[in-house]
Design a protein around this ligand. Structure first.
Ligand code: SAM
Length: 428
């Protein structure tokens, strides 16, 4: 039947499309696994939250039923929402506009019993997980490494496979070691297989055909600009990127959200060289924003105009738990169960009028649903975005402020190796 076909397509791609709702269900683990040949992403390491009886979970998450602190907060919010100030009214209007699309997407999920069944079993590898990864819970703090005087001297050891065919035929592995500086270096795995790398007793897995550029964060604060990005600007004119995904470390005033990474004031992002990063044929720019109205205004009125990005539409990431329910009530003012991805076009030097029409192809209010992974980790939706990229056949893709690597992408940030730690992987 058609639904069986879709389900088997989903088990390969990790993406399930609900036609009638303009929505997708995404399993990041399946999506990411397509970047790897010898390793796979550990579902239990990815889904560290929102699954019941998680033996790895450390905090109390939303699946804890009674939490009086939370209830109090909720009551306080209810009261607050009765007297909204002007900015809150604007935010509420935005919310009301997308509410129906979100509800429709969620209903589509709840109506698809086979998808729900799959959802419950997404985190199914508890038994398989090796003892090694359970014992070694600590991971390298790249932000810390990058802020000490020794930072320029850190090196990473790449295990470069000598014979790709031998790797594919399993067992016959032979590699040579290549030592390169960790920071301020373009480090690539150009092979069609995963590459292992070692750094200070930690092992990292680099997906096929990917590269990272890890910035030495001290420089950024001292020079108060984002100078390092300029090193990534392609020298040849036919280069540049067609898809630019950005998840900036926005400042967050919320007191109960303990951030795990440093943040920057909004004005810093004005100097991101989006124009220079744009391919001559143009680029789709996708920017994650928080639900704060002030930030939305900043992006629409200052940031996008400064970058030369023409706003096109917004996609929404709806967050659910393992049982398919939303992670928080849809109408909670300060704890929306969704996040926004603003999409716009950056015009390349060679774009003709036909290509300028491409924004029309972007559907409005597209919703993708997934169970969140680690704190502020976004689902890998690059592939969905690729469909809307100018000249997408050979699209060049970059993610700024990235914490992971993706096949076919350049990852830029101060910790692009974060989720590449071998503790997040299983070996086939
Ligand atoms: N998209 C990522 C994910 O899905 O895991 C999360 C990105 S997080 C919102 C922002 C990232 O920017 C963090 O890794 C943070 O350490 C990094 N960051 C903060 N200040 C930075 C700076 N000055 N230069 C580069 N990266 C920075």
């Amino acid at each position: 039947s058609e639904s069986d076909d879709r389900l088997s397509a989903f088990s390969k791609s990790g993406i399930y499309r609900f036609d009638d709702a303009n929505a997708f269900f995404v399993d990041p683990v399946r999506v990411l696994n397509r970047c790897y040949t010898r390793f796979r992403v550990s579902p239990s390491a990815y889904y560290s939250r929102f699954f019941p009886s998680s033996i790895f979970s450390t905090g109390n998450y939303n699946n804890v039923p009674k939490n009086s602190g939370k209830r109090k907060r909720r009551e306080k919010e209810k009261k607050k929402s009765q007297a909204l100030n002007l900015r809150e009214q604007m935010a509420d209007r935005r919310h009301q506009e997308v509410r129906v699309a979100l509800l429709k997407a969620h209903e589509a999920l709840l109506g698809a019993s086979q998808v729900l069944e799959t959802l419950r079993n997404l985190r199914d590898d508890v038994e398989e997980r090796g003892g090694d990864s359970i014992l070694r819970e600590n991971e390298l703090d790249f932000v810390g490494l990058g802020s000490v005087w020794q930072a320029p001297f850190y090196e990473i050891v790449l295990k470069v496979n000598e014979d790709e065919a031998a790797v594919e035929n399993a067992g016959g592995e032979s590699y040579y070691q290549k030592v390169v500086p960790l920071f301020e270096t373009h480090v690539a795995n150009e092979a069609s297989n995963d590459m292992e790398a070692e750094l200070l007793d930690h092992k990292y897995i680099l997906p096929k055909n990917s590269c990272f550029y890890m910035v030495w964060i001290e420089n950024l604060f001292r020079k108060s600009d984002l100078r390092q990005i300029h090193n990534l600007i392609p020298a040849e004119s036919d280069c540049g990127f067609n898809l630019i995904l950005i998840d900036p470390p926005w400042e967050n005033s919320s007191a109960h959200q303990k951030l795990k990474y440093p943040t920057l004031p909004n004005r810093y992002f004005l100097s991101l060289p989006i124009k220079q990063l744009t391919h001559t044929a143009g680029a789709l720019v996708a920017l994650w924003v928080t639900n704060r109205e002030k930030l939305r205004n900043f992006v629409e009125n200052e940031l996008f105009p400064k970058w030369g990005v023409k706003y096109a539409t917004t996609f929404y990431w709806l967050k659910v738990k393992a049982d398919g329910s939303l992670i928080s009530e849809l109408d909670l003012f300060h704890h929306r169960p969704y996040e926004c991805l603003l999409l716009g076009f950056s015009h390349g030097k060679e774009m003709n009028s036909e290509q300028l029409l491409r924004p029309n192809h972007l559907p409005d209010n597209q919703v993708f649903i997934s169970v969140p992974g680690d704190y502020s980790r976004k689902p890998p939706i690059g592939e969905i975005l690729l469909d809307y990229v100018p000249g997408f056949k050979h699209a060049r893709c970059i993610e700024l402020f990235s914490r992971e690597m993706i096949a076919g992408w350049t990852s830029w940030g101060n910790e692009p190796l974060h989720f590449q730690d071998s503790k997040y992987f299983l070996k086939y």
